[in-house]
Design a protein around this ligand. Structure first.
Ligand SMILES: NC(=O)C1=CN([C@@H]2O[C@H](COP(=O)(O)OP(=O)(O)OC[C@H]3O[C@@H](n4cnc5c(N)ncnc54)[C@H](O)[C@@H]3O)[C@@H](O)[C@H]2O)C=CC1
Ligand SMILES: CC(=O)C(C)=O
Length: 289
């Protein structure tokens, strides 16, 4: 049994109150870092901004970016302990790191995040739009207008606000990476508004990539399947947390560390002929579009 199969069996049903969830309160903790990964200086001299970088997938990406030589700024909502833990780990790895609390729903806060990061770090070379929320509902008719507003404002409006603030300072060779979801491609009967935002992210990625290709700025996405992060116990009931990912071909959930190398690939010189695309990390779901 490998480490990913082992932790999958160890995770029992539990929940956390309130969203965003807290990684420091998860038991067991997700695998944010894979000691078997061999870094190769792929992001030396780059500055990265990662939203939702305090925990889950974003934290794993931040750690791998630091290992590949980047200076890393993380944006987060209000999970101070997770943000501090992540910055501490990034500083141990080396390079510059700082965390910024902000609200993706607020255009002025997105602009301020971009300008604060640029004054602390210089121009941003890699923007990872990863922060997001989900509010499962069994019945579509129970989704309130307030929920629809919140899910869209956080997951896609904020992504567009922040990209508008960062883009004017980006140059040829820079990269934007958006976190989508398998739910954009196969739907989700209990995450209808969320899946719609993820579909919007896919269309946003494709469309912006076309506009920016002549400038040499690439825009791609990663579409994870079921991954063990604070989002899961903070939004799903305990029995769903326990069984998360069992329906995949691999019959297990994924770990954040299994997503992060794709974000390195999309940010680095290894993917110079790729733009407007999605990388699917979902344990074997067959995605056709
Ligand atoms: N965990 C999973 O199974 C999957 C997750 N995803 C996506 O991955 C991305 C990262 O989520 P996870 O790592 O799973 O969970 P997470 O809970 O670790 O990350 C969510 C992040 O979003 C940030 N955030 C939430 N609301 C915000 C707001 N109003 N302003 C600023 N930041 C805000 C939080 O600070 C948090 O760091 C999300 O976009 C999620 O939709 C996609 C597919 C599957
Ligand atoms: C949260 C999410 O996108 C899944 C696949 O669970």
């Amino acid at each position: 049994m490998d480490k990913f199969e082992k932790i999958d069996k160890e995770i029992k049903g539990y929940t956390q109150e309130g969203q965003p969830g807290r990684e420091n309160e998860m038991d067991p903790k997700p695998i944010a870092e894979d000691d078997d990964y061999k870094a190769g200086g792929k992001l030396e001299g780059k500055v990265a901004l990662i939203t939702g970088g305090d925990s889950g997938i974003g934290r794993a990406v931040a750690i791998l970016y630091a290992k590949e030589g980047a200076d890393v700024a993380i944006g987060y909502f209000d999970e101070k302990q997770d943000a501090e833990d992540t910055v501490k780990r990034l500083e141990e790895i080396g390079g510059k790191a700082k965390a910024y609390a902000f609200d993706l729903k607020d255009v002025e806060q997105c602009k301020k995040l971009a300008s604060d990061v640029m004054s602390d770090f210089g121009p941003i070379n890699i923007l990872v739009n990863n922060g997001g929320v989900q509010h499962p509902q069994e019945d579509f008719l129970d989704i309130t207008p307030e929920q629809i507003q919140e899910t869209f404002a956080t997951n896609i409006f904020g992504m567009m606000y922040l990209t508008q603030a960062v883009l004017p300072h980006m140059s040829k060779g820079d990269s934007i990476i958006n976190t989508s979801s398998v739910t954009a491609y196969r739907g989700s009967e209990t995450l209808i508004d969320y899946s719609a935002t993820k579909g919007a992210i896919t269309a946003f990625t494709r469309s912006l990539s076309q506009q920016l290709a002549p400038k040499g700025i690439r825009v791609n996405s990663v579409a994870p399947g079921p991954i063990y992060t604070p989002l899961i116990p903070s939004t799903f009931p305990a029995e769903k947390v326990e069984k998360h990912g069992q329906e995949t071909a691999m019959e297990r959930r994924g770990q954040p560390s299994e997503n992060a190398p794709a974000y390195v690939f999309l940010a680095s010189q290894d993917s110079t002929y790729m733009t407007g695309q999605a990388i699917h990390i979902n344990g074997g779901d067959f995605i056709t579009s």
